[in-house]
Design a protein around this ligand. Sequence first.
Ligand SMILES: C[S@@+](CC[C@H](N)C(=O)[O-])C[C@H]1O[C@@H](n2cnc3c(N)ncnc32)[C@H](O)[C@@H]1O
Length: 407
Amino acid sequence: MLYFKNSELSSQYRISLKTVRNWIEATKQGKLNLTLHTQGDKAYVANTPGNIAIISELVESRRKYRNTNAAKTISPKDEFYSIYDERQIYDIAANLEIHHEIPRQYNYFNGGAEHWDKYAARLASDNTPNLVNSTIRLLNVNQGYIDDLLSRYKKVNVVDVGVGNAHPVKELLEHLLDQKKLGRYIALDISPSVLEIAENNINEWFGDRIQFEGHVYDINRDHFSDFLIDEYTGKDAKDTVNLVLLLGGTLSNMRDSDSGYKVIHDSMGMNDLLVHTTKLDTQSTRRYFDFDLQPGESRLAAIHGLVVDLLNIDKSFYTVEMGYDPELRQRYEQIRLKVSLNIKLKFNNGEHIIELEKDDAILTWRGLQQTASDVMSQLDRSKLYPLHISQTDDREYILTVSMVKHD
Ligand SMILES: C[S@@+](CC[C@H](N)C(=O)[O-])C[C@H]1O[C@@H](n2cnc3c(N)ncnc32)[C@H](O)[C@@H]1O
């Protein structure tokens, strides 16, 4: 018999998993008329026209009941409207409403950039391996290979996609300067505050040896080829290569990481190189959360909390959950609402109210768990050809060097 996974019903009808489980329990007790499908010791809602009609009614009556029920009504803080533009606010609202998710990238804005900078600085100086110090190490041990690829060019432009505080790229830039090969250093990031931090660092480390070139840029939408057209057509075009960096697993936080790869693919030239680093799936990385929280402490990590705070979702309205979801193969951090909420958002043309229910979970962070072969498959379906891969000996971090596939 065809049946719905609980998570399918939960996302299709935007209800909590707990509500689905309650329906199944109520059916077992004879209080609801759903047809169940049993598999092993588990019962699921069967996919039948009768069940679909009952569920639609249940969802509808829940909505009606809610209107008379005491949902808390909240409005975002004023800064919310000065930090994000209307398109970004719409993106946050749509993701919240449709996917019950706060897109990770909006937490890097404003004070969120400082939180990230502090966090990344701590990771860089830690002795135990993590994504930041392993990225630096992998860049370092693979420098000889990268040099060989760059040896046929006189000039190398570095395009740092999702620059963060630029720390992981410091030694590479120093190395290219020593070789008198560094052309432009182009830092791209969705967050103006992150770009400011990166610019201050580059100026402090290199003074006028590097002209920092930063652009506000969204990897899910914008091609970066626009910034490189001059090099493509100039007289030095043949002697110049673009070294594109995608460091620190930036795309593994996104709901659709393929879309970022597509933009990168479509922005790269024939000879350009993409260097990418990320964390890999192992039993131990599935369990590991290094978010500057004390053991057992249940609060939203500072690096993931900006949007929740700006939306005015008070700490007393939720509990925090972290774990590994084997179905989606991702680690997650989410808030579980203790109360129903109406979030009133202002747009130029009026207001939009997002209704969230008690027990709804809102995803604040995901880390896609990929094996090395998942990474290879993703590059392959993104039409990128991996020339080289390298892993740390604990098998938890990977660096790849790729080119655009061509005949
Ligand atoms: C995980 S950090 C990695 C930073 C740095 N590359 C490193 O390895 O330390 C992700 C960075 O990408 C930026 N970012 C996240 N989503 C983005 C998007 N959609 N477009 C552009 N930048 C984005 C963030 O602001 C942040 O600086």
